[in-house]
Design a protein around this ligand. Structure first.
Ligand code: 3PG
Length: 208
């Protein structure tokens, strides 16, 4: 696998998706691409997640990864379904080792300096700061980033359009993630126009 996280996330906005039914994957991918997204994370939180990931991975225009990957077995299934990167809410050495073995970029979650130290020692320099807003938002990010000059962050959790500029202005932030562009309610009700609009707003804000 030749992709690395920096190139996957170069568009700086990572929509996090909890897809209720695989049948929604096609129109969802279309709405995200039309909104200007270039990557997306399909969480392993619904029975249809693998099917949805497969369908979205074959849709042109999006680099699709798997999220909420909690075990090495899920990492294997995610890659088999076409995931080009793997995201976890926390840091687990076995999940990270499995992703390294599979040759897939991995973005583990951290919430403390100790967890970040562990990730760095496992050879990971880009982490998901989760749950970013509940941890203290941009102020927490600044404090945590200061002693770890080599670390890069993808803050996720509680983020909305209003927070985009402040996070992305920090030099250690590679990208931000969030579900606000395509919420469970949007997906449940097939609100693809709203998904397109919210994605386009986020993408425009990220470029501002
Ligand atoms: C995740 O899995 O990354 C989070 O659930 C996304 O957080 P959000 O729903 O608060 O955006």
């Amino acid at each position: 696998m030749s992709t690395d996280l920096a190139s996957v996330l170069d568009s700086r906005i990572l929509p996090v998706l909890t897809v209720p039914r695989a049948a929604t994957a096609g129109p969802l991918a279309e709405a995200l691409v039309q909104g200007g997204a270039r990557c997306a994370e399909v969480t392993f939180r619904t029975p249809d997640a693998e099917q949805a990931l497969k369908a979205m991975a074959t849709h042109g225009g999006l680099t699709v990864g798997a999220g909420t990957v909690l075990t090495p077995e899920q990492a294997e299934r995610a890659v088999a379904a076409g995931a080009r990167f793997v995201v976890s809410p926390g840091f687990d050495a076995e999940v990270v080792a499995k992703c390294v073995e599979l040759g897939v970029p991995v973005l583990p979650g951290i919430a403390t300096a100790t967890e970040l130290l562990r990730a760095l020692r496992a050879g990971i320099d880009t982490v998901k700061l989760f749950p970013a807003e509940a941890l203290g938002g941009v102020q927490m990010l600044r404090s945590l980033a200061a002693p770890f000059t080599q670390a890069r962050f993808v803050p996720t959790g509680g983020i909305g359009l209003a927070h985009v500029s402040a996070y992305l202005a920090h030099p250690a932030v590679l990208a931000i993630g969030g579900s606000w562009m395509a919420t469970a309610a949007h997906l449940e009700h097939g609100e693809y126009a709203a998904i397109r609009r919210l994605t386009a707003e986020a993408v425009a804000r990220s470029a501002a």
